[in-house]
Design a protein around this ligand. Structure first.
Ligand code: NAP
Length: 274
């Protein structure tokens, strides 16, 4: 087993899929942790090879990750998590900070599977963590100390925005932002396809659609304005935008988007009860 000092400098991942890789890449790119200080485990090499390509250490033993890292991020699919926690529980100590990204698995479920007093967090990340533009929330368990929450938040801010919230907001975040990436991609695709229909080449249309989303998002963030204000700025009386917006309203875009976030949130809640 590694010394306490070397354990505290390392970040472990149990589960090495898309989300683990996105967070690891964000941390490494931002210089918060060196690649060689990251240790990831998974049953096969299918995804571990991506970690090795980043310069990280890998293993097939989940327990080895706990033995070598104090901060461990659990990024398996939700239905696998209870068995994985039961497997590592015998070697969990009060020195560990354990973080779950599994959608729908509650803090109390996780705490019950681990020794009493273990520091546990839930985080809800989204895929843009990979380009350090993630939108994340974290919720703390009962035994977390303030300095542990600050340490984790500071680390995760390397992957984008990270705010601490009550656990009740985590499922809503999954609907808004975890699934929201797919909703926004659908809109970006449709935007580009409208232009393709009007005769623009596909590559150009997709590049312009993506940049339109990026630029609009930056204005919303940097100017701190409500989307309705920005939208009003683009509206010229009898101009192009109001003609287009009328069609979007007829298609029910707003109601459909609200219902999509509601449906994804309800599904996250439903999964958490299973
Ligand atoms: N993707 C998203 O946008 C998103 C957003 C928010 C939250 N999440 C959460 O993130 C978690 C991971 O999602 P993902 O999309 O990254 O899944 P994924 O790509 O399928 O990765 C799952 C990983 O878990 C590993 N695994 C399976 N059984 C294991 C075991 N017994 N011990 C250790 N590792 C094991 C898999 O191993 P192999 O590599 O050998 O297959 C794989 O590396 C989920 O709980 C999900 O709810 C995802």
């Amino acid at each position: 087993m590694a010394s306490a000092e070397s354990r505290s400098q390392r970040v472990g991942f149990v589960g090495a899929g898309r989300m683990a890789e996105a967070i690891a890449q964000g941390l490494i790119r931002a210089g918060k942790v060196e690649a060689k200080q990251v240790l990831a485990s998974a049953p096969t090499d299918r995804n571990l090879c991506h970690f090795r390509a980043l310069g990280c250490q890998t293993t097939h033993s989940n327990q080895e990750v706990l033995q070598n890292c104090s901060l461990v991020i659990f990024a398996t699919k939700p239905h696998i998590l209870p068995a994985v926690l039961a497997e590592v529980a015998p070697i969990v100590t009060l020195e560990h900070i354990l973080v779950s990204v599994a959608a729908g698995v509650s803090l109390s479920t996780i705490e019950k599977l681990l020794p009493a007093g273990t520091s546990v967090f839930r985080i809800s990340p989204n895929l843009p963590c990979v380009v350090q533009e993630g939108a994340m929330v974290l919720a703390r368990g009962c035994h977390v100390r303030s300095e542990e929450a600050s340490l984790l938040q500071n680390l995760l801010e390397a992957c984008g925005q990270c705010e601490e919230v009550p656990e009740a907001y985590v499922d809503i975040h999954t609907g808004l932002s975890g699934s929201g990436v797919a909703f926004v991609c659908t809109f970006a695709e449709a935007l580009a396809e409208g232009a393709i229909k009007m005769g623009m080449p596909s590559g150009l249309a997709h590049r312009i659609a993506a940049q339109t989303l990026l630029g609009t998002a930056k204005m919303l963030q940097q100017e701190g304005r409500h989307p309705a204000q920005l939208r009003t700025d683009v509206l010229t009386p009898a101009g192009t935008t109001i003609y287009g917006l009328h069609v979007l309203e007829q298609g029910g875009l707003r109601a459909a988007t609200m219902s999509a976030v509601e449906a994804a949130t309800q599904r996250a809640k439903e999964l958490s009860r299973k």
